[in-house]
Design a protein. Structure first.
Lengths: 236, 207
């Protein structure tokens, strides 16, 4: 994204709308810092500019990766979905992706509101690959990760995005080890991560992941996201 | 995992914030799902949501009207709506259950309240995602009162600076809290931002 200097009237209306604070006043007009811009398209989409000065240049690889993980209206070719993650629990009543005895762990790097260079995410994906976790194959990020080493293509490591999600599935018995590994790795990050875990209800209707977290004294929020079981199981 | 999770605030405030959404599973029951999503939209709208939107097009506030959201519905996507009370969620779930569309339905909100809603309708919760909060460089985060507003857009499209600026305008009497809430809902294209809760929270911010 860039601002057409010939059009900009320096009204400063756009500056506060940028989630990454990438817009500032230059010598005469507003300008976008290309290093900080994550190509989320908010500035253009909200039509805050009275003279339509925001211009989108064609995004080429590797800069295009910024839009892929920052603009939720991008449709991922791997999943057919908009957004940054997968269907995860949202359709688990249909897909049966998360089975009893398994726990999904998702690490959203850069959220909330900080953003991240992808090299920060790679620190986590490499640590998890060394541990031997299974990366979720349908996650739009997984096709970029070398799932044996956790490495990302070198050319995208310096690219900045609003956030990107690593999704893995582990056996219940390994959940606390994986969370400890993530917590230790997070100490070396230059950004934040939003953490979540997912599981299917036990036969008695309780949540096994909640029990494990509670027993280990790990904080979780009182609000959650719950698939209420209205989907019809798919029998292929 | 996931755009409607990780909302922040007191339990009193979160008690007035529920996101209900429905979707097919890509490649399994997505073919021919558009009429079902249109039916979901009709049910969600019937119970007076404070926001409504879809994952591939936009929301009441980004597109300007609910009709504009309905017109751009396509197959294989999510339709979301935001409610302020358990009573509304119960009615929505009852209607969705009666309609028996076969699509997956998810509710984000206080766990105990969502369980109660399911119980009243005779539903058995299937799968959960729980938030463990924020780890790493938490010193880079905005003040908590700002985060409570901005995190209602899980894709991070609502800027911390915009929340601060509008809170200042509300404090100065140049803008109503209600208008500020609606302006903040505009960048959140999925329609999961709760503008009424934002209006309440923004009045608590010392600009």
């Amino acid at each position: 994204m860039f601002i057409d200097g010939d059009k900009c009237i320096s009204c400063e209306s756009c500056i506060s709308w940028c989630p990454m604070g990438a817009i500032r006043m230059g010598e005469k007009t507003a300008v976008i810092d290309p290093q900080e811009c994550v190509e989320c398209n908010v500035c253009r989409r909200v039509e805050i500019c009275p003279v339509d000065a925001f211009m989108q240049e064609p995004l080429e690889w590797p800069r295009s990766v910024r839009a892929i993980y920052s603009d939720p209206l991008n449709i991922h070719k791997e999943t057919g979905l908009a957004g940054r993650g997968t269907e995860e629990i949202k359709t688990n009543d249909v897909t049966g992706r998360f089975r009893r005895g398994q726990v999904g762990v998702a690490i959203e790097v850069g959220r909330p509101g900080v953003g991240t260079k992808l090299k920060e995410l790679e620190k986590l994906s490499m640590a998890l690959a060394r541990y031997g976790v299974e990366f979720e194959p349908k996650n739009p990020l997984t096709n970029l990760i070398n799932t044996k080493t956790g490495q990302l293509p070198a050319e995208i490591r310096e690219e900045k995005v609003l956030s990107a999600i690593i999704e893995v599935t582990v056996e219940e018995a390994k959940l606390l080890n994986v969370l400890a590994l993530i917590k230790e790795t997070a100490k070396g990050l230059e950004t934040v991560i939003s953490m979540d875990v997912a599981c299917r209800a036990a036969e008695d209707g309780t949540w096994p992941c909640a029990r494990i977290l509670k027993e280990a004294g790990i904080f979780y929020r009182p609000n959650a996201k719950i698939n209420v079981g209205l989907g019809k199981p798919y029998i292929g | 995992m996931t755009h409607t999770l990780h909302r922040q605030g007191s339990t009193e405030s979160l008690e007035k914030d529920y996101v209900v959404f429905a979707m097919p599973s890509s490649g399994l029951n997505s073919q021919g799902s558009k009429p079902k999503l249109e039916k979901v939209f009709e049910i969600l709208k019937r119970h007076n949501p404070v926001n409504i939107g879809d994952s591939k097009g936009g929301s009441r506030f980004s597109l300007g009207s609910d009709e504009a959201v309905r017109e751009i519905l396509v197959e294989n996507e999510l339709v979301h709506a935001v409610y302020r009370s358990r009573e509304q969620v119960i009615k929505v779930l009852q209607d969705l259950k009666d309609e028996d569309l076969g699509l997956s339905v998810t509710v984000s909100g206080l766990m105990e309240s969502v369980h109660e809603c399911c119980h009243k309708v005779g539903l058995t919760p299937h799968t959960i995602v729980m938030s463990l909060g924020i780890w790493g460089r938490t010193d880079l985060l905005a003040e908590e009162k700002i985060q409570r507003v901005a995190t209602m857009c899980g894709h991070g499209l609502v800027s911390y600076n915009l929340v601060r600026e509008l809170a200042g305008q509300v404090k100065d009497g140049r803008l109503t809290a209600r208008k500020a809430g609606e302006m903040l809902a505009k960048p959140c294209i999925c329609g999961i931002f709760n503008p009424e809760r934002a209006a309440e929270l923004i009045e608590e911010i010392d600009s």
